[in-house]
Design a protein. Structure first.
Length: 398
């Protein structure tokens, strides 16, 4: 029987989705499962986007342009202008099948086999998978929970530089920590990348959800225009994860040209998604303001509830809708399975994401979980009540 490749064998599992079979079994037993494991917002999508799909008048659904239809890219230009980015136009965007493809196309065009990308950890788990697919090595540098996951010391990062280093990859606001990099931190990392002649890739998917501080896009720094590449998405911003539409944006025309060539190999991004997202961008209502206010309420509720859980450690997220929580347990993978396999409170349990998959070295996340506060406040209250009781009963406590 033919065998799959080593690459295929070694693709890391998603810590966000690998426990789905356990969740299904729990539900088959009549247990209600609250999903804190995945960033699936329950806020309604913009009505303008839904109407655009319902009222579509096309007689044929054709391919779009490989880089995305001009009307969609013009709407992206207008969206970026709305928060002060006036130095880019529609030619600086390439639409993709979600932010995932945006990052994969970027990595495939700036890196060769064996190259290295520096990433502060913990980091979005799928970065591991993307880099693995292209034989690119992750070079991690630890962000500490006791420092709220702030940018690591640049001097420590400098020691990670080799002849194979091609980029630094940041997520801002950060998934899974909720940290938001300050203007000063972005200048430090930007100057670091300029000094070492490497790219700075910034995943800005959660830009709209920043609390008590300001989000600074790396594109707002003109001095980094030749090295800065932004990964973005419509999924979380408009609560439209299912349309699978993201994009790459950069002022480096050589990168854009290469990404377009790579994009041509998969023909085109989804047409209906572009119609849907264009309508969302052109809406003049307060959708994004209200969504941010709702996530802030949920963040505040979650943080207050966690303060009453004994022997845990967490930092208050500054953005996005995730929190890393350190628990008094032996192993977060085992704990997450136990929650679904053996534990319930009033016939209810929770599904969390073990933090082992958010680190290059899984041992660093053995006592941590990621909570996505995408549920309403009443459900969050139930979830933390379940977590508190579970920690009291869990047999492998530390």
């Amino acid at each position: 029987m033919p065998k799959i490749s080593l690459r295929g064998k070694n693709i890391p599992e998603s810590p966000i989705r690998k426990l789905v079979p356990y969740s299904r079994k729990a539900k088959s037993r009549g247990i209600k499962v609250f999903h804190l494991n995945i960033g699936q917002p329950d806020i309604l999508s913009p009505s303008s986007a839904i109407k655009a799909i319902k009222n579509i008048e096309l007689d044929i659904l054709p391919y779009s342009e490989s880089e995305g239809n001009l009307s969609y890219r013009k709407s992206l230009k207008k969206y970026y202008q709305s928060f002060g980015i006036n130095t880019i136009d529609e030619s600086n965007f390439v639409a993709t099948n979600g932010a995932s493809e945006a990052l994969m196309l970027t990595l495939s065009t700036i890196c060769d086999n064996g190259d290295e990308v520096i990433i502060p950890e913990p980091y979005y788990a799928n970065y591991n998978g993307f880099l693995h697919l292209f034989d690119i090595n992750v070079v991690p540098i630890i962000s500490e929970i006791d420092k709220d996951f702030a940018l690591p010391d640049i001097n420590k990062m400098q020691k990670k530089i080799t002849s194979k280093t091609k980029a630094v990859l940041l997520c801002n606001p950060n998934n899974p920590t909720g940290y938001v990099y300050s203007k000063e931190e972005l200048k430090k990392i930007g100057d670091f990348c300029l000094k070492n002649d490497i790219f700075l890739i910034v995943d800005e998917v959660y830009r709209e959800f920043v609390y008590e501080t300001e989000h600074h896009s790396i594109l707002s720094f003109n001095e980094y225009k030749d090295i800065a590449i932004v990964i973005d998405s419509e999924s979380k911003r408009y609560s439209m994860t299912g349309i699978r539409l993201g994009f790459v944006v950069t002022q480096n025309q050589e990168v854009i040209n290469a990404v377009i060539k790579a994009a041509q190999t998969r023909l085109s991004p989804p047409l209906l998604a572009q119609i849907c997202a264009t309508a969302a961008h052109e809406s003049n209502d307060n959708y994004l303001v209200e969504a941010k206010e709702e996530y802030l309420r949920r963040r505040n509720t979650l943080s207050k509830l966690l303060e009453d859980v004994p022997n845990i450690k967490f930092s208050i997220p500054k953005g996005a809708f995730y929190s890393i929580v350190e628990l008094p347990i032996d192993n977060s993978d085992n704990f997450a399975k136990w929650l679904l396999d053996e534990f319930s409170l009033d016939n209810q349990t929770i599904m969390v994401a073990p933090a082992t998959g958010f680190y290059s070295n899984s041992k660093l996340g053995e006592k941590q979980i990621r909570i996505a506060y995408v549920l309403n406040e009443e459900d969050l209250k139930i979830c933390i009540k379940i977590l508190k009781k579970a920690l009291e009963e869990y047999p492998n406590k530390q």
